[in-house]
Ligand binder design. Structure first.
Ligand code: ADP
Ligand code: ASP
Ligand code: MG
Length: 431
């Protein structure tokens, strides 16, 4: 069994879905599962719809209409003949959304978000599965909500691997071509959950883990894993062979081409991960497996934008040691903060956070009851793996913006002030 994952960019319009079908046709699709994301920017669009809904329905109908027309346009272009059966199915999905919007009694924003945003993947997988049937590639649609079992941590749910493996194996017993959704699962209360933005890569790894797949391929709009994000850096290099460990580090530091949770399940079952371009499917791309190929000679550059830096110290200048560190972490966990970097000195404790759940003000209020806290918003973390003398020379230019620096023998991390912009990175390799 091979697992192929197609992200939003690879299915952004009807032409890209036709391209997907050509890739599938060329391969041995008799034993394959496709995991698909929502089409194009649908998730962002539904996020806006959720906000409208929360803010007393402001522009709700317009947002809903945008989601509908985007999908119906694709359907009309894909299914030239006899498109009424697929239109009927997709209309029934929109009716379901409509019913939720009218009848929902829940107040938790995160729960509501997951119930609605997940429809992006439901829609794309139905359309793709039906289109494959339409062109003679018979496929079976699988509902990932009955496969991926999670806890109730909405918008970043944790997977119960034991239950999930069992239910996936129950659903997928025979060889065939299957289509399911990335990003989504469900919990024991039967609510839909999501695995975190860009979580479809992770879903592909979960299915692969359960089915002991021979490989996973994630199809991207780039050549493979590069030594930097080509949106911000030019003259990037392809990392053609990397180890699981190296890929885990790169993804953890923010190389957003792979969702950070993807690698662990694959590593456990020694399943190779290919990262390939859907624009040039015959090219090799990157293979992630046990061994790497001299990646340590190539510095990789990774930026995480829009983070929050807190510098925490005792009100009486006493040391920040075990008890106080433990108190700080319990508050970070209470307010669902994602901790991305920590540094401590005798009397202060610095931490860089991703304020995903927008609870910074509440956290600060509670922290300030016990500590002195200074806050820098909109900071960035610039990480360089396998830095060398040359990179050290280049980053000197950023000196004035550095708020914090951390260095191990393999990795250099700079926390940069809000003045640090994309422009500071262009041509970084050339200078
Ligand atoms: P998907 O279509 O699966 O959602 P993403 O947009 O999440 O794909 O990932 C592909 C994007 O990741 C690329 O367009 C690129 O801008 C970005 N990216 C960030 N870091 C890297 C990297 N190290 N190598 C390649 N691409 C990267
Ligand atoms: N559709 C979701 C997102 O845009 C999940 C994914 O694409 O991986 O975040
Ligand atoms: Mg994506």
């Amino acid at each position: 069994m091979k697992v192929y994952k197609f992200g939003g960019a690879s299915i952004k319009d009807y032409k890209s879905i036709i391209r997907l079908s050509k890739i599938i046709r060329k391969e041995n699709h008799g034993d394959m599962i496709l995991i698909v994301s929502a089409m194009g920017k649908t998730t962002n669009l539904i996020e806006e719809l959720v906000l409208s809904y929360i803010k007393s329905f402001k522009n709700l109908a317009d947002k809903f209409e945008l989601v509908k027309s985007f999908h119906f346009d694709i359907i009309k272009n894909l299914f030239k003949k006899n498109n009424s059966p697929i239109i009927k199915i997709v209309k029934s999905v929109f009716d379901e959304i409509d019913e939720f919007l009218k009848k929902n009694k829940e107040n938790d924003y995160n729960l509501i978000y997951d119930q609605l945003v997940s429809y992006g993947e439901i829609l794309s997988s139905i359309i793709i599965s039906k289109y494959l049937d339409y062109i003679g590639l018979k496929s079976k649609w699988i509902d990932a909500r009955s496969c991926i079992i999670t806890d109730e941590y909405y918008r970043d749910a944790n997977v119960d691997f034991e239950k999930t493996s069992k239910s996936i194996k129950r659903k997928i017993k025979d060889k065939g071509l299957y289509v399911s959704q990335g990003f989504i699962g469900s919990n024991k209360k039967s609510f839909t959950t999501t695995l975190g933005r860009e979580g479809s890569d992770y879903s592909a790894a979960i299915f692969a883990y359960a089915l002991k797949a021979e490989s996973v391929t994630i199809w991207k709009d780039v050549r493979g894993v590069l030594n930097a994000d080509p949106r911000y850096f030019n003259k990037t290099k392809l990392l053609n062979k990397i180890s699981y460990e190296e890929a885990i580090e790169l993804a953890f530091y923010g190389a957003s081409v792979i969702h950070p949770k993807t690698l662990q399940p694959l590593k456990k079952k020694k399943i190779p991960l290919f990262v390939k371009s859907f624009l040039s499917p015959s090219k090799g791309g990157t293979i992630i497996s046990k061994k790497d190929n001299k990646v340590k000679n190539i510095p990789s550059h990774i930026v995480k934008w829009n983070r929050v830096l807190l510098k925490i110290s005792s009100k009486d200048f006493s040391f920040i040691v075990e008890k106080k560190v433990s108190l700080i972490f319990s508050m970070l966990s209470k307010y669902k903060m994602k901790v991305e970097l920590i540094q401590n000195s005798a009397i202060s404790f610095s931490v860089v956070l991703n304020n995903k759940y927008k609870k910074l003000d509440e956290l600060l209020y509670e922290l300030r009851e016990n500590f002195k806290v200074s806050v820098d918003k909109k900071v960035s973390i610039f990480t360089i793996r396998h830095f060398n003398r040359n990179t050290l020379k280049h980053i000197k230019k950023l000196n004035q913006m550095v708020l914090l620096e951390q260095r191990t023998h393999e990795t250099l991390q700079l926390v940069l002030s809000k003045n640090f912009r994309e422009e500071n990175l262009f041509g970084f390799f050339e200078r």
